[in-house]
Unconditional design. Sequence first.
Lengths: 94, 96
Amino acid sequence: MQLARVIGTVVATQKNEALEGRKLLVIQTLDADLRPQGRPLVALDAVGAGIGELVFWCRGKEASFPFEREDTPTDCTIVGIVDSPAHVVKGKRK
Amino acid sequence: MILARVIGSVVATQKNDRYASARIMICQPITPEGEETGATLLALDAVDAGVGDTVLVVQEGWSASVVATGRAGAAIDSAIVGVVDRIDLLSQEQTL
C-alpha cells in the first residue's frame, strides 16, 4: 500500500459493467515526506474519498477485495483516507 | 489502472486458445494531461475501444483475464476496462 493524493476525477461511460456506479479518481503517489513519486494512476474508490484528499491505496488482485472480488477489474483501489498530513509520522513516537 | 491512448492493434492468427476472438490493442501510457509517458504495451480490449481513444488499462492478471475472456486463469496481464470521456484535475496550486 502507498500514500497518495487524489488529484482528479475520471468520467468513463463506456466501461466494464462491474465498474458501473464506482468512482474513478486520479491519484498521485507520494513518498513518506509527501512528495510526488512516479506517474499518476487511476484508482477505484472504496472509502468515499474525494479530490484533494490524502489517501492510501492497495495494488494487485487484492485491490478488488473491497468489491465483488471475482468480477471487479481493478489493480489500484483507495482503501483509506489519512486524517491529515500531520498524521503521517516518520520515526518512532515516544 | 493507468491512463493510455490506443495507438493501434495487433493481428495474430496463431495464438494461445484463450485469446480467441480477442482484440489486441497497442496502448501508449499517458499522463492525466495527455502527454505520452513510458513504454507502449499490449492490452486486450473488453469495451470496444478504438484507435485514438483514451482508455483505462488494468494491469493485473486476474482482472484482465476475467474482463477480456469472461473467466480467470488466462495468460493475459493487461486489459482495457473503460473508455475515458473526461478527466478533471486539481490545478497545480490546489495540489500543494
